[in-house]
Design a protein around this ligand. Sequence first.
Ligand SMILES: [Zn+2]
Ligand SMILES: [Zn+2]
Length: 344
Amino acid sequence: MGLFQPVVLSASARVCPVCQAELRSGELACPRCQTLVHRERLDAISKEALELERAGSVIEARELWRSALPLLPKGATQADWIRQHLRELDERIAGNAKTAALDRPQGKPNWTKRLGPLAPIAVVLAKLKTFFFLLLKLKFLLSFALFLGVYWTLFGPWFGVGFAVQILIHELGHVAAVKRNGLKADLPVFLPGLGAYVRWQGFDISVATRAEIALAGPLFGLFAAAGCMGLYLYTRMPVFAALAHAGAWLNLINLIPVWMLDGGQAVVALSRVQRGLLLAACVLFFALTDQKVFLLVAAGMVYRLFTKDTPEEPDTRTMVFFVLLLFALGALLKVIPMQPGRGF
Ligand SMILES: [Zn+2]
Ligand SMILES: [Zn+2]
């Protein structure tokens, strides 16, 4: 078939297009931000295969889907999806052959009968899948407990619980945005002392959608920090002011447009001019709020003025979203009364 070309790693594939991490040859996903190395080729394959299926060329589509598997890391959700889809296509092809041979519609297929002697293996596989799903949940729960424990020990129970819950809300912002875009997301995994991350993947995702998913975390984080501020105003308990401050500050740090930080993922959707405008906004917000964290965001923005990862079209929505988030988080930091010492 003319559809298959050998996979050639182009020079541009040596660096992750999203976070600029260096990629070793043979690596299928960025070790830092999980972006797929063959993203574009995979997008093209899935588009073409779906078109073939729509046109009724199921066998050709199946071959094309198979050619995508070596381009994906073993554990990738897309690989799981393709394997599942291949099974469905196998059934469709087998069904077509049967119908053609017998020239009559087949009776209700029985799952066990259809699989024949392979049925016990399928049952074991299904059980394994549930097991791994539970393991994934366990990873979430255990890492959350460990994260909470660390901050509990360092800063006491109130701050520890409040901080962990804020991080959880931030991560659920990413999960919500991933789901809203019809994609699959794992539960967050917490890294004590660092933060947390959500693994998610999907086909054919625009930089604008990636930016939306990235900024949804700080947006939810803003709500969480504002909620803490509200609780402080209501209860006058200093711990809530401290939580609001820590939350707003951490979400601003997350908007520094570098590495796998949320800002680093979002800035990819912005043109050079827009990055310049964001840089100006950071300087202005620093002048208005005196929050030094804006200088870090500004420094990151200067760096991203020179990276070669600008999109074909500027994305106004992402830029407005980004500026509003910076402003709201900065304003929140400005109005929170700082607690001298650790009085919580
Ligand atoms: Zn990356
Ligand atoms: Zn985030």
